[in-house]
Design a protein around this ligand. Structure first.
Ligand code: ZN
Length: 302
């Protein structure tokens, strides 16, 4: 069966980075192995940020090295700067994602750089030797920002165009869950008009329950690469009770029931979810499909 959409599980990075509870390294490995066994061929396993800043990501080097031993898994890590990129290369990541915030205020408070300075930091990384390693530039807060509010679409387009010069792929990220489907269609269409096939990924948060609707809107615009996290892990410190990323289980169910193969086995995915909830039992996890179960007579896409 040939997959027609490509789902990157970002729970071990985006989810755990924003979770209240720390997951021990051994549990991370078991969870990642179960995700791979369910058919997730791309997993963002951690982030090379200073461990003092985000203690939950301190073991990323070890986790990357472990994930590399799993067959058929593209191991993705996030890096905010050249130093993080060098650590990612040393650990053996197959792909490195660089977040560049389109919101000036978010960028300055998050990485203490303007968006333009951050683009230059990614350019430095692209110029650093990285044989065989893919670079993705992710335009974060592309649909709005908790600090700045509205983010001008012109700013998003300008950053995407700059990143497309030296990155293998560009993604648009709704970091704080502000996006709506009409906005998603408009912005993806506009950026695609500028950088064509380099526009690859969509990263949505489910903060206001629109994660799936936004993913479908992006799909309708031709997007085939989606980030999501198991159980919607992560949440948002600004929105109590809100889940984190679009929920992997529900996203897979949506596509499979539409007849769009994901290459992911839902029953195996539910088993990985048990490993997750046993590892951090006090962390809230979400998802409609795992709670309701698969519909009677459900057949995966073929
Ligand atoms: Zn995110």
């Amino acid at each position: 069966m040939k997959r027609q959409v490509y789902i990157c599980e970002v729970g071990p990075r985006d989810g755990l980075q924003n979770a209240k509870h720390m997951m021990p390294t051994a549990a991370k490995k078991a969870w990642i192995a179960a995700l791979a066994a369910a058919g997730l061929e791309e997993i963002e396993v951690g982030s090379f940020v200073p461990p003092k800043l985000i203690p939950a990501m301190a073991d990323t080097g070890e986790v990357v090295a472990f994930a590399r031993t799993l067959p058929n898994v593209k191991v993705v890590a996030l890096a905010p700067n050249l130093k993080g990129f060098q650590r990612a290369l040393e650990a053996g990541a197959h792909k490195v994602t660089f977040p560049v915030s389109a919101s000036r205020q978010h960028s300055e408070s998050n990485v203490r750089m303007t968006p333009e300075q951050m683009v230059e930091e990614v350019r430095k990384c692209a110029q650093y030797p990285h044989p065989g390693v893919e670079l993705e530039g992710a335009v974060s807060t592309a649909f709005g920002c908790t600090l700045q509010g509205a983010v001008p679409e012109d700013d998003v387009v300008r950053i995407a165009v700059a990143l497309a010069e030296f990155c293998d792929a560009v993604a648009l990220a709704d970091t704080v869950g502000y996006a709506n489907p009409a906005q998603v269609k408009r912005l993806f269409r506009r950026v695609k008009g500028e950088i064509g096939a380099k526009l690859e990924g969509a990263h949505f948060h489910n903060t206001r329950g629109l994660g799936l609707a936004n993913a479908l809107a992006a799909y309708d615009e031709g997007v085939r690469n989606f980030d999501s996290s198991m159980g919607g892990l992560g949440g948002c410190p600004f929105a109590p009770g809100a889940s984190g990323n679009v929920i992997t289980e529900d996203l897979v169910f949506m596509f499979e029931s539409m007849g769009v193969p994901t290459g992911i086995n839902l029953e195996a995915l539910f088993k990985a979810r048990v490993i997750l909830s046993n590892a951090i039992p006090d962390e809230p996890i979400y998802g409609h499909t795992p709670l309701a179960g698969l519909p009677k007579g459900f057949r995966a896409a073929a």
